[in-house]
Ligand binder design. Structure first.
Ligand code: ATP
Ligand code: MG
Length: 283
């Protein structure tokens, strides 16, 4: 049995649960429960405050966990990181009052900055050769300038709307973050095997999310040109259509190149292009 710690309720929770379910693991998740067992995989899930997850995994109370890189690195436990998960993307940014004068980071020399991330902030300021007075507070950081607690804030931002609604202006990115899978560094052989199985499933899910299955029809003489556009996993499947001189091609394309490829396929003579999501993709 391997023990996984995820956030009980917050911005990591839904996507963490979704990822586990997409790995084919079923469990009951009553919101009042702090612990549950999967029904079809030797996995126990603990629901915790996100700040506690790195420490619990480092101590071996939990074997593995899902947490934001911002919390992991702030706690000095980045060595536990095993895999980036691509969700809960955000950044730790410096912001000043909308009307405040700001040229570059040296504008903060000798100023006071409120944050819940004193270590990440200190490291950033040191790297820039700036000395400032860091006030560590645990929440509602964004109101600090308006109540006279600090000249600037250093806080988590995704869209930036919270900063704007508090009369703040984002001026520097201190740290970029996303959710990561972390693991205790002394797992026994049995738990290591379970971790490898989970990683294998997560990779299949991630690969599928980045890919689309494409089906199209084309006249036979345009097949060579289309083949070059559709590398597929090995090469595209070509199936003759009932109509003489036409074929159907099936392949997989990367989501990042998707629109560009579709455009070129049309130019090369493709018709009736179908694009289908992929559920799992095993390399
Ligand atoms: P807890 O009660 O578990 O301590 P919290 O209030 O500290 O929760 P959340 O606000 O739920 O934490 O954020 C959890 C993590 O989600 C953050 O540490 C960060 O990695 C990420 N995150 C925070 N804000 C955003 C956002 N606006 N968009 C995307 N991800 C975010
Ligand atoms: Mg927290």
């Amino acid at each position: 049995m391997i023990r996984l710690a995820i956030q009980k309720s917050g911005r990591l929770s839904d996507d963490s649960i979704k990822l586990i379910r997409e790995c084919g693991i079923s469990f009951l998740s009553a919101s009042s429960k702090l612990k549950t067992e999967a029904t079809n995989f030797p996995l126990e899930i603990l629901f915790l405050r996100d700040d506690d997850i790195p420490g619990y995994v480092a101590d071996g109370v939990a074997d593995i966990g899902i947490v934001g890189q911002n919390v992991l690195v702030e706690e000095g436990l980045q060595q536990l990181s095993v895999k980036n998960l691509g969700f809960s993307k955000c950044r730790l940014s410096l912001a000043v009052s909308k009307g405040a004068e700001y040229g570059d980071i040296t504008s903060l020399e000798g100023k006071s900055i409120a944050t819940s991330y004193p270590n990440l902030l200190q490291e950033y300021l040191t790297s820039k050769g700036v000395q400032a007075d860091i006030h560590t507070i645990s929440g509602s950081v964004e109101i600090a300038p308006s109540i006279g607690l600090a000249d600037a804030v250093c806080d988590i931002v995704s869209s930036g709307s919270t900063l704007i609604s508090n009369g703040l202006r984002e001026v520097e990115t201190v740290f970029k973050s996303e959710a990561v899978l972390i693991a205790n560094q002394n797992l026994d052989a049995e738990k290591n095997k379970l971790l490898k199985q989970l990683l294998f499933r997560m990779e299949a899910v991630q690969r599928a999310q980045k890919s689309k299955y494409v089906v199209l029809n084309a006249p036979n003489d345009s097949i060579p040109a289309i083949k070059n556009l559709l590398p597929g996993i090995k090469s595209p499947t070509v199936i003759p259509l009932a109509e003489e001189g036409w074929s159907s091609l099936h392949s997989v394309v990367n989501e990042d190149d998707f629109w560009e490829i579709i455009q070129k396929l049309k130019e090369a003579g493709a018709e009736g292009i179908l694009v289908v999501p992929i559920e799992k993709m095993i390399g």
